[in-house]
Design a protein around this ligand. Structure first.
Ligand SMILES: CSCCC(=O)C(=O)COP(=O)(O)O
Ligand SMILES: [Mg+2]
Length: 255
């Protein structure tokens, strides 16, 4: 591995078990959405989230995506709050079944998780070696950033309410898909510009083969992280001499 000035980390399957996202975070949304909407109905923050979902739903319907449905407009008096809530529940459930990485869904999930973290019902899970690596990188003066499909709000909640305490002080910044999709090289170029580093001076750690290829295409140094429960790696990754594969962040500090 060459030297580097900044590290970018994926979350799911990299800093955090996939099982935490799929067996705890996602069910928190699907299991609580009905009650959550009822209790928060009329709040401006919830209306902002629904506006984002409605805009995305219109795009999906216009694009002819199968099973996509409109969310009624709040200015149309014909729709009761029950109809609106049912449409939002349908939309969230439909998107989550497909594990979509779309901004409006990710933003809504983050908004719901906020109350879960604040009440203590949710606690982010971070692997032990990640925290030790944070200390080492911080000590070396190497900046650490997060790039996840989860919204910036959701990322901050996870790292501030974690099983290892509040880890936000170790992080220099957060990126979500507002900077671009994780499977596009351009997104990594955008992040490099935003943090003021050349792409060759950044390492990106991820569990995803597609993300690895995109980051490599942008000129970043790429490390694939293998954690329990991660998907097996395709041969174009395992046979790519430019991509290092590790199962523990601390391997990166071995001489
Ligand atoms: C920010 S925690 C929630 C993770 C999430 O919603 C997700 O889609 C995982 O995406 P990642 O890019 O971290 O693999
Ligand atoms: Mg991942």
């Amino acid at each position: 591995m060459q030297s580097y000035a900044a590290v970018i980390l994926d979350i799911e399957g990299t800093t955090t078990p996939i099982s935490f996202v799929h067996d705890t975070l996602f069910p928190y949304v699907t299991n609580n959405i009905e009650k959550f909407l009822r209790e928060n109905w009329g709040r401006p923050e919830l209306e902002e989230q629904i506006d984002l979902l409605r805009d995305q739903a219109s795009i999906d319907v216009k694009d002819g995506i199968s099973d996509a449905k409109w969310i009624p407009d709040k200015s149309a008096d014909i729709s009761s709050s029950e109809d609106m809530q049912a449409a939002v529940i349908y939309n969230i459930t439909w998107q989550m079944k497909q594990n979509r990485k779309i901004g409006a869904l990710k933003s809504f999930q983050g908004y719901m998780w906020k109350s879960g973290y604040e009440t203590g019902d949710l606690k982010g899970i971070i692997y032990d070696d990640v925290v030790e690596a944070f200390h080492k990188w911080n000590h070396m003066g190497c900046k650490v950033y997060i790039y996840s499909s989860g919204s910036v709000q959701a990322q901050k909640l996870l790292f501030s309410h974690s099983n290892k305490g509040n880890l936000l002080e170790h992080l220099s910044g957060h990126f979500d898909t507002n900077i671009g999709p994780k499977i596009k090289s351009e997104s990594y170029v955008n992040i490099a510009k935003s943090i003021g580093e050349q792409t060759k001076n950044i390492i990106f750690l991820t569990d995803s083969a597609q993300e690895a290829v995109a980051a490599e295409g942008a000129g970043l140094q790429v490390v694939i992280v293998v954690r329990p429960g991660n998907a097996s790696l395709p041969s174009y990754i395992t046979e790519n001499a430019n991509i290092k594969i590790i199962d523990n962040f601390l391997t990166l500090f071995n001489k």
